[in-house]
Design a protein around this ligand. Structure first.
Ligand SMILES: *[C@@H]1O[C@H](CO)[C@@H](O)[C@H](O)[C@H]1NC(C)=O
Ligand SMILES: *[C@@H]1O[C@H](CO)[C@@H](O)[C@H](O)[C@H]1NC(C)=O
Length: 610
């Protein structure tokens, strides 16, 4: 234990099968990294250089943010070196129990762009458990009438290691009356039986002590011992005999407590109380109950295949004289589809941009079903018509990727529901939903509400008067949708534009900067721009034509005849006998205004005698 510090795992890099099937996603799929390390490596030990094995350069490391996504944090990735490090205790026995192979599978997550890599770390067994008997000594009663060849089941030792490191053999201290026979259980594990070599003579020796040793196959082997204390009983007594040495039965999990498992049966050739048999468990079985009279074994609690797949117990039959026989009962639990698959989202992309290209990785979906075989084989599907799809990534994971174009302005969020269904009969399923928010990209230019603007302004307006308003809208979010107005061109050039008009950047209101004079200036055209604050910004132009209209601001002015200081003209040359219709004078007036404002009409207001 602990001697493996610094030892490196072995990596194999395997391009997966999907590469040629889905070339579009080739960087996202099918990478599998394999390492093999011994169990119990100290925390901080290097498993391998994950970054290097994934083909990342040292310079890339800070941006790729390589990390591990798993339910239990057995490993971490060093941010500096990209090494995969052991981060918690790796006890193979705790992780995998008696499974002959033990592997931790998880996803490595890289960002920018998001990608997942399947990592498989095989945990090798080390010989860190000693075979152990439950007690230091065991009692056994053997009748002196027992024939050579009679066998007695002995207590087994336990060794949590697997393979060669697990319990391999038993040895018995030398004694001419006894020998040891090693038998194998259905699961391959070994158990010892004591065989009688010679009949025993109680009068000569009523008590024997033997030492039973259990050894594993480690290098060096570890061992444990227990003492067998054999009491020789009187010949008049016959021990009970079971009709089978080993009883085997299969039982579906989920049978209700109280279900009969099987019935053991022993007979005894004696008469009277000496033939009355009482059954009991050699070691207390809490899961199973035993009827001491009938030998019927029943379940006492609910069984769970996912917890324990098989039970092995020793039943003793004891007669009234105290003689005992033993048999082994093995109960195999059969899996039933009693666990729904579980679906979880991992490493959900923080920001899904609306311009994400089809095939962009969004999340890793992990599937877990505690059942076995078909009951634990799970298919996944995505509900509804949405521009996403799931791609099988490794045995129990899928990748959620975009499958089509996104448009935040049209659909700002999606409810993504994934249903996992197993292949049990009947199948069990479960669903998980996640709301994916689509992030804004500045993909809309501001749009003016009119194709062009035309306003008419009466001349002599007060300087600073608002003369028009333009407005544009932009469906993007935040700064991407914030519109600012400006005047970018005009036909007033080379006149100083700024001294004529201005526009409010926020409101789009156009202000006159001076009083317009129709007589001088009659119309002008401005190009206004609406610009958003995206990066890069988008803009649209619109034209605003301003017509200056005349105001009646000039009084007619008499050109002829010339008026005196009192505003009157004197006509003294009219003949006395002038006929009606005689033209006295012609009055000519002018007006600086235009149109109606300059149409003059003449009236005689007053006539008087001098
Ligand atoms: C998402 O869709 C699922 C399945 O239709 C539904 O059960 C769930 O309530 C929805 N979630 C939200 C937040 O609308
Ligand atoms: C808007 O007008 C300015 C000035 O004439 C010009 O430089 C710019 O390219 C125009 N923008 C668009 C979007 O037409």
């Amino acid at each position: 234990m602990g001697s493996c510090a610094g030892e490196r795992g072995r990596a194999e890099r395997r391009p997966g099968l999907f590469l040629f099937l889905l070339p579009l996603f080739c960087p996202a799929l099918g990478e599998q990294i394999r390492y093999r390390i011994p169990e119990e490596m100290p925390t901080g030990s290097v498993v391998g250089n994950l970054a290097k094995d994934l083909g990342f350069s040292v310079q890339e490391l800070p941006t790729r943010k390589l990390r591990v996504s798993s339910e239990k944090p057995y490993f971490t990735v060093s941010a500096e070196s990209g090494d995969l490090l052991v981060s918690s205790r790796l006890d193979r026995e705790e992780i995998c129990g008696k499974n002959p192979t033990c592997a931790l599978e998880f996803e490595a997550v890289a960002e920018n762009p998001l990608n997942f890599y399947h990592v498989h770390v095989e945990i090798e067994d080390i010989n860190d458990h000693t075979p152990k008997f439950t007690q230091n000594s065991f009692e056994l009663q053997i009748s002196e009438s027992a024939q050579p060849g009679t066998r007695f089941i002995l207590e087994v030792a336990e060794d949590a290691d697997i393979g060669l490191n697990s319990l391999q053999k038993y040895k018995l201290s030398l004694n001419p009356s006894f020998s040891l026979i090693i038998k194998e259980k259905q699961d391959g594990s070994k158990y010892p039986e004591l065989a009688l070599e010679k009949t025993l003579d109680r009068e000569q020796q009523s008590y024997h002590r033997l030492v039973l040793t259990a050894l594993d196959g480690g290098d060096p082997p570890l061992s444990g011992t227990t003492e067998l204390r054999i009491q020789v009983t009187d010949a008049n007594d016959n021990p009970p005999v079971f009709n089978q040495d080993v009883y085997r039965v299969s039982l579906p999990e989920n049978v209700p407590p109280g279900t009969t498992v099987l019935q053991v049966s022993a007979t005894d050739q004696d008469e009277g109380v000496n033939s009355e048999i009482t059954y009991s468990f050699y070691r207390t079985g809490q899961i199973f109950g035993l009827n001491s009279k009938s030998g019927e074994i029943t379940t006492q609690k609910k069984l769970d295949f996912e917890e324990i797949k098989e039970y092995s117990m020793v039943v003793e039959a004891r007669d009234g004289g105290g003689l005992v026989a033993q048999c082994t009962v093995e109960v195999n639990i059969q899996d039933e589809n009693d666990n729904s698959p579980e679906v979880t989202f991992h490493s959900l992309l923080e920001m899904i941009l609306e311009n994400a290209v089809p095939g962009t990785l969004i999340a890793l979906i992990k599937i877990y079903d505690r059942d076995s075989e078909e009951n634990g084989e799970v298919n996944c599907r995505l509900e509804g018509e949405i521009p996403f799809k799931i791609i099988s990534s490794s045995k129990n994971s899928y990748k959620l990727v975009t499958d089509g174009t996104l448009d935040r302005e049209q659909t700002p969020e999606y409810n993504v529901t994934i249903t996992a269904i197993d292949r049990g009969k009947p199948p069990l399923s479960s669903s998980i939903s996640v709301i994916l928010h689509i992030s804004d990209v500045n993909d809309n230019a501001p749009v003016f509400h009119q194709a062009s603007y035309l306003v008419s302004v009466a001349e002599n307006n007060p300087p600073g008067a608002s003369i028009a308003q333009v407005s544009a809208s932009d469906p993007d979010l935040g700064l991407n949708g914030q519109v600012f107005y400006s005047i970018v061109a005009s036909d007033l050039e080379p006149l100083a534009l700024a001294s004529y008009v201005s526009v409010s950047a926020q409101s789009g209101v156009v202000f006159a900067q001076r009083a317009f004079d129709y007589e001088l200036l009659r119309a002008f055209e401005l190009t206004l721009q609406a610009r958003d604050h995206g990066s890069p910004a988008l803009s649209t132009n619109v034209s605003l034509r301003v017509l200056v209209s005349d105001r009646n601001d000039n009084a007619p002015w008499v050109l002829y005849p010339a008026l005196g200081p009192d505003g009157s003209a004197l006509f003294d040359m009219v003949p006395r006998a002038a006929e009606p219709g005689y033209m006295v004078t012609k009055v000519v007036a002018v007006d600086a205004d235009s149109g109606h404002n300059a149409w003059l009409s003449y009236h005689v207001l007053q006539a008087s005698e001098p």
